[in-house]
Design a protein around this ligand. Structure first.
Ligand SMILES: [Zn+2]
Length: 151
């Protein structure tokens, strides 16, 4: 089941290069609060999902990192970070398996709203394969893509 409500494409989000502004559907967290996305060049990863000091759900994304990624992969990470909010990972429910779950949710959500073409998936899988750092749920990009293929 997808606990992800779309505001009929009213939500405009910029998550890619500033020169190539992308529009994605608004992301909502598990409490149905809309998630705000902000650029932040100081984070050491492509993006992180967290709650701001005032409690509002946010995603910080690093434009220096997304600038070197294919737009399809940037789009995938938009949904991956949204997943952390939508699935409650940012509300104290983060666990081993949460990263793989976020990847799977991103893939399934993109399929369900009709934005994941086979060509796009191929690009995303290739970049995840080549560029994923070892993480909690995978030792390398090959294993990450294997999970994603099977989800
Ligand atoms: Zn993640």
């Amino acid at each position: 089941m997808i606990r992800f409500l779309f505001a009929a494409c009213l939500g405009l989000m910029i998550f890619g290069k500033t020169a190539q502004a992308q529009s994605y559907p608004t992301c909502f967290n598990a409490q149905n609060i809309p998630v705000s996305y902000f650029p932040d060049q100081t984070i050491s990863d492509i993006a992180i999902a967290r709650n701001a000091p005032n409690g509002m759900p946010v995603v910080l994304w690093n434009p220096n990192v997304t600038a070197n990624m294919h737009p399809a992969t940037v789009e995938f990470f938009y949904y991956h970070e949204c997943a952390h909010h939508a699935l409650g990972h940012t509300l104290g429910n983060y666990f081993p398996g949460a990263e793989a779950q976020a990847d799977c949710w991103a893939k399934k959500t993109m399929i369900s709203i009709g934005v994941l073409t086979p060509q796009k998936y191929q690009i995303i899988a290739q970049q995840l394969f080549q560029q994923s750092k070892p993480g909690m749920d995978w030792p390398n990009g090959a294993v990450r893509v294997q999970f994603l293929n099977n989800c």
